[in-house]
Design a protein around this ligand. Structure first.
Ligand SMILES: Nc1ncnc2c1ncn2[C@@H]1O[C@H](COP(=O)(O)OP(=O)(O)OP(=O)(O)O)[C@@H](O)[C@H]1O
Ligand SMILES: [Mg+2]
Length: 400
């Protein structure tokens, strides 16, 4: 991946003026941000954070009130309307509601931007065929949008957005109307668009799972500002802004909440420890080895290992049974391998570090530390101790 920014915001702001009835809105408020050529960049935030306004600044559907937006080396604030049209031609966009023309077939929808760009008929037809092949719906060329599923409609949207060979694809909540499985398929397609066509993809979303699954880097927005930006893996393993911690917690759900912990203690009297899992400890071999060597009896009672940016991440909560000395020694040894939160025993509980995640790198670089994220209660689902809660998510739960 190159490191040339293809999109640069410099103290960019967009203010919608108020009236007597309503106050002005600083929809985008002093954003400075670089999006590199060739990356899949996520912008996440709750409703009203300013995400859509931010992307609309990229294709100049909105003009900045102050600051600048530079796309492909061109400062949009300095361009006239005809030059802006050229910049827009290099940017494709897809939407939550697909925005297909209902009176046109699939092929007709994909051909539309080529007609606008005055491509000759034969070139157009060949291009439409090629695009429909690429997105995997060549067999639907003659169908109308009303005859397609949501996932198929978004494939048409993507084919249409790619028709004129853009360098950038903007996806504004493009998977928000789709079920989780179809979301995966569309995200996989966007990954192919990025990898095979070299197109920079900007994904706007309010779902951290989308970031976890597809994005290389992510910016978190709140009240028009970017409050945190970084590699997806780093953001998940060490979120700092409270809003980021909430997003990460809803996506990972790997730690017991206070209520769940209370229930776990009722049925597991031994020493409970939360152990961080990452790239290095992902196989859990090292952890198993330590526990075996220490002569303690480990039982996994809670946790989840998932993938962030294609690498394992999460935590497991163990009940360790054995003599006090053996258990203490085991915890010391574990800390050399990964991050560990000692929750004590039911009789001598150590309060869980409120809303924390266990940093798997802690033991390898300096003293153990935990990082704050938040935890979510799954409730009590029982089961055999393992359940597939999503295509890539192994969740280990309490044994009823
Ligand atoms: N044309 C407009 N005129 C006035 N206010 C606007 C306009 N467009 C957006 N806003 C306001 O700007 C703020 C940011 O809106 P925006 O649509 O960018 O948020 P968002 O993060 O995309 O939210 P959502 O997740 O709901 O799509 C909101 O308070 C919104 O009401
Ligand atoms: Mg929006």
């Amino acid at each position: 991946m190159s490191t040339t920014p293809i999109i640069s915001f410099r103290d960019a702001a967009k203010v919608f003026p108020g009236s007597r009835k309503r106050p002005e809105v600083r929809a985008v408020d002093g954003v400075t941000l670089d999006i590199e050529a060739g990356e899949i960049f996520g912008v996440i935030g709750y409703s009203g954070a300013g995400k859509s306004t931010l992307v609309r600044l990229i294709n100049a559907l909105e003009k900045t009130t102050s600051g600048s937006v530079v796309v492909g080396g061109q400062d949009l604030t300095a361009l006239g309307e005809s030059q802006l049209r050229e910049v827009r031609a290099g940017i494709g966009m897809i939407f939550q509601q697909f925005n297909l023309l209902s009176s046109r077939t699939v092929a007709g929808n994909v051909a539309y931007p080529l007609e606008v760009a005055k491509w000759p008929r034969e070139k157009r037809e060949a291009r439409v065929r090629e695009l429909l092949e690429f997105v995997g719906i060549a067999d639907k060329a003659g169908s109308y949008p009303s005859q397609l599923s949501g996932g198929q409609k978004q494939r048409v949207g993507i084919a249409r957005a790619l028709a004129t060979n853009p360098r950038i694809l903007l996806a504004d909540e493009a998977t928000s109307a789709l079920d989780p499985e179809t979301t995966r398929e569309v995200l996989r397609l966007l990954q192919r668009v990025n990898r095979e066509l070299g197109i920079t993809v900007v994904i706007i979303t309010h779902e951290m799972d989308v970031v976890r699954y597809a994005c290389h880097r992510v910016a978190v927005m709140e009240h028009g500002k970017v409050v945190e930006v970084g590699d997806a893996y780093a953001i998940f393993s060490g979120p700092t802004a409270p809003v980021t911690r909430r997003f990460v917690a809803t996506s990972l759900r790997d730690r017991p909440s206070a209520e769940t912990l209370a229930r776990l203690r009722e049925r597991h009297p031994g020493r409970l420890v939360v152990v961080g899992i990452d790239e290095v400890t992902g196989s859990t071999h090292a952890i198993s080895q330590v526990l075996r060597d220490a002569g303690v009896e480990p039982a996994i009672i809670y946790g989840g290992i998932t993938e962030v940016a294609d690498k394992p991440y999460g935590s497991l909560t163990f009940e360790l049974t054995g003599s006090d000395d053996d258990v203490a020694a085991a915890i010391e040894r574990l800390r050399e391998v990964t991050g560990v939160d000692d929750l004590g025993t039911a009789d001598a509980p150590v309060s869980a570090p409120a809303e924390t995640t266990t940093d798997p790198t802690a033991g390898r670089s300096g003293p153990p530390r935990t990082r704050v994220v938040g935890a979510q209660d799954y409730g009590m689902l029982g089961g055999q101790g393992g359940r597939l809660a999503g295509p890539d998510r192994l969740v280990i739960e309490e044994d009823d």
